[in-house]
Design a protein around this ligand. Structure first.
Ligand code: OSB
Ligand code: MG
Length: 370
């Protein structure tokens, strides 16, 4: 298809409660929603960069700039563009995987809407609903956390992930185990520890966690491999995995037994599928991470999580986990599952009236303005 225009909508949604991790606290969710318009098709994508460059180097204003200055003009210059070409076309510009992923997602959505195929089917999905886990942020007190976890379990979430950091780890996990027993439980450190904390992290061993996500720094593959020999909890990587190449490196180094796949972090849903395939070939479990996406990104994540290698519940929670009002029809978790969308493409799109209300700014790039 030939792309005629790309609209970039910067939106802000208030979170129902602040979301705190070892790298900071978010009160509002900002996102860039991308609409690609071709002659006979249109599609939507979501950029998962956060407001500040704390999870990774990308951030909303930076993503917007690189899209407008470099990525979008390059896409608009292609006389014929397929989703499978987007990564190669944008490859001369280094990094900026979240920005690239959002553009590829929108082109892919347009293509699939035109052909009538669902994203799930296109990627190789095999189920019509996916188990729904929830990521629980750091809070001020243990009783407050226990209330939150109890609430999510009552709602039906099938797996709890606790954000941890030094000072909010062993005691917290112990308290949750004591109160809720043998529930599927895992932790995410977002790179808050050093290899010298290994004996401290080994104190999580008795709690039979499903995994510990990204205990050490983004670049510490070798250290993760060493840590994995010092603790019993399976090591899972998030921030360290940028591509199928770095996934292959991590597996070769035995730096992890499990991979959290986020399409935005690795440059798109097509690269995410490659990592899935690589993990399956190596007998490594994967699960679908989240970036506090709007319903658009969540719907696409549900499609990704429907692939056969996603054998652990993902951070694919309902819209109401974070938002009082989503930009799409709400994603709902029912009896522990989220439905994989059945409409063509991603299967959902922002609702015009809501989008208008939450939009901070819109930038339109056209073939003629490039
Ligand atoms: O490390 O998995 C993470 C949210 C924002 C940035 C990083 C992470 C998260 C989550 C997932 O924990 C939250 C979600 O989208 O459900
Ligand atoms: Mg994580």
């Amino acid at each position: 298809m030939q792309i005629q225009a790309v609209e970039l909508h910067r939106v802000r949604l208030p979170l129902t409660t602040p979301f705190r991790t070892s790298f900071g606290t978010e009160v509002d969710k900002e996102a860039l929603l991308v609409r690609v318009v071709a002659d006979d098709a249109e599609g939507w994508g979501e950029c998962v960069a956060s407001t500040e460059p704390r999870y990774s180097s990308e951030y909303v204003a930076g993503a917007l700039d690189v899209m407008v200055s470099f990525l979008v003009p390059r896409l608009l210059a292609q006389p014929d563009l397929a989703a499978r070409d987007v990564a190669r076309v944008l490859a001369p510009y280094k990094g900026h995987r979240m920005a690239k992923a959002a553009l590829e997602m929108a082109v892919l959505d347009a293509e699939l809407r035109r052909s009538g195929e669902t994203l799930s089917r296109h990627l190789g999905g095999i189920v019509d609903k996916v188990p729904s886990g929830v990521s629980v942020g750091i809070v001020d007190t243990v009783p407050e956390l226990l209330d939150a976890v109890g609430d999510y379990l009552d709602q039906g979430y099938v797996r709890i992930k606790l954000k941890i950091e030094p000072g909010w780890d062993i005691g917290v996990v112990s308290a949750v185990r004591e109160r809720f027993g043998d529930i599927p439980l895992q932790v995410d450190a977002n790179a808050a520890y050093r290899l010298s904390d290994a004996s401290h992290l080994a104190r999580l061993d008795p709690f039979d966690l499903l995994l510990i996500e990204q205990p050490l720094g983004d670049d510490d593959l070798r250290q993760h491999a060493e840590l994995a020999t010092l603790i019993r909890t399976p090591v899972c990587l998030d921030e360290s995995i940028h591509s199928s190449q770095s996934a292959a490196d991590a597996l070769a180094l035995r730096a992890c037994r499990i991979i959290n796949i986020k399409a935005g972090r690795v440059g798109g849903y097509l690269e995410a599928k490659k990592i899935h395939d690589l993990a399956v070939a190596n007998g490594v479990a994967v699960w679908c991470g989240g970036m506090v996406e709007t319903g658009l990104g969540r719907a696409a994540n549900a499609a990704l999580a429907s692939l056969p290698g996603f054998t652990l519940p993902g951070d694919v929670s309902g819209s109401d986990r974070f938002f009082a009002e989503d930009v799409t029809a709400p994603i709902t978790m029912r009896d522990g599952y989220v439905d994989v969308p059945t409409g063509p493409g991603i299967g959902v799109a922002p609702e015009h009236e809501i989008l208008r209300r939450v939009t901070l700014s819109t930038q339109v790039c056209t073939r003629t303005s490039r």
